[in-house]
Design a protein. Sequence first.
Lengths: 111, 113
Amino acid sequence: RKEVEQDPGPFNVPEGATVAFNCTYSNSASQSFFWYRQDCRKEPKLLMSVYSSGNEDGRFTAQLNRASQYISLLIRDSKLSDSATYLCVVIVSGGSYIPTFGRGTSLIVHP
Amino acid sequence: DGGITQSPKYLFRKEGQNVTLSCEQNLNHDAMYWYRQDPGQGLRLIYYSQIVNDFQKGDIAEGYSVSREKKESFPLTVTSAQKNPTAFYLCASRGFGSYNEQFFGPGTRLTVL
């Protein structure tokens, strides 16, 4: 079983739609969680950190469910510019703090 | 401006040649990483370093080598032993501690002819 799993998609949604991605992780000692956005042929960029209490940044909401070991990303009112691959990242505590990446979920927002 | 630079952006190499990819950061980060990304695939860790003069193998270190002589610099050499070197190579750095995110350089796209 992979340490961090994501549905690769693609998720194909119309502008204005609400879309949600999940990411599951296998190590219960996971401590830090992040969502990154990667545009085609570009480097990943931090979208948001995921806090235990959940957090929101404009149209984006991230949540953590430790009991079920998953994090989620909700995008409301999708824009064409949201089209990208969204990467889930998990860091396990007590070790060398190596970030573990999911393979990413592809989102395509169409007019 | 603080950040990570990688050079060159595009690199072409003949089979059998070694090539070195540059990565420099001025973020004062202790940890630096090299990843490889193939089309439609996730990031795979090649090497990482958490302190000067020390580095560790990642998941796919075979055919690669690194050095960390300075905190700011973490060059990656792709040797002729790497069987399928054509890929997008990403360097990243991160401050110490589990709550800090990684910052990425713009990447080097290597093509072996």
